[in-house]
Design a protein around this ligand. Structure first.
Ligand code: HEC
Length: 110
């Protein structure tokens, strides 16, 4: 017969509640967040436009571009496989998570 052991119950409840924030945090880390991307994008607007459409012939539009492509290009700038005197310093400042968020944000723009 299964007896209800209050001490064990309290112990395991405490254990679960201890690790829950870590689980939740790692989940948030894994999923790209377009709102976080939007906030971060304030520094990108100067060149890529407030809505991801650039005002200059040399600066690419980002709005509606494919998410994986955007991430790949940011990562390439970040890692030095792609180089541009304007864009490389921007990508160097970004974490992997921020690049994912930004890619999601720009991909979702019309
Ligand atoms: C000072 C101007 C400037 C700023 C600020 C800037 N970029 Fe760029 N970005 C460029 C230029 C110029 C290019 C094109 C580089 C080239 O010709 O290879 C580019 C290219 C890109 C590309 C590749 C597009 C493609 O079609 O291959 C992505 C993605 C990108 N930028 C994202 C961003 C993000 C995200 C930010 C903000 C964190 C940002 N940029 C901030 C100037 C800028």
């Amino acid at each position: 017969m299964i007896r209800f052991d209050f001490a064990k119950f309290v112990f395991f409840s405490a254990l679960v509640s201890m690790f829950m924030p870590i689980l939740v945090a790692s989940q948030a880390y894994a999923t790209p967040d377009e709102n976080a991307g939007k906030q971060k994008a304030s520094v990108c607007m100067a060149c890529h436009g407030p809505e991801g459409v650039s005002a200059n012939d040399l600066w690419p539009n980002l709005a509606g571009q494919k998410e994986e492509y955007l991430f790949k290009q940011l990562k390439a700038f970040h890692d030095g496989q792609r180089y541009d005197p304007l864009m490389t310093p921007m990508a160097k400042m970004l974490s992997e998570k921020e690049m994912r968020d930004l890619a999601r944000y720009y991909a979702k723009l019309p």
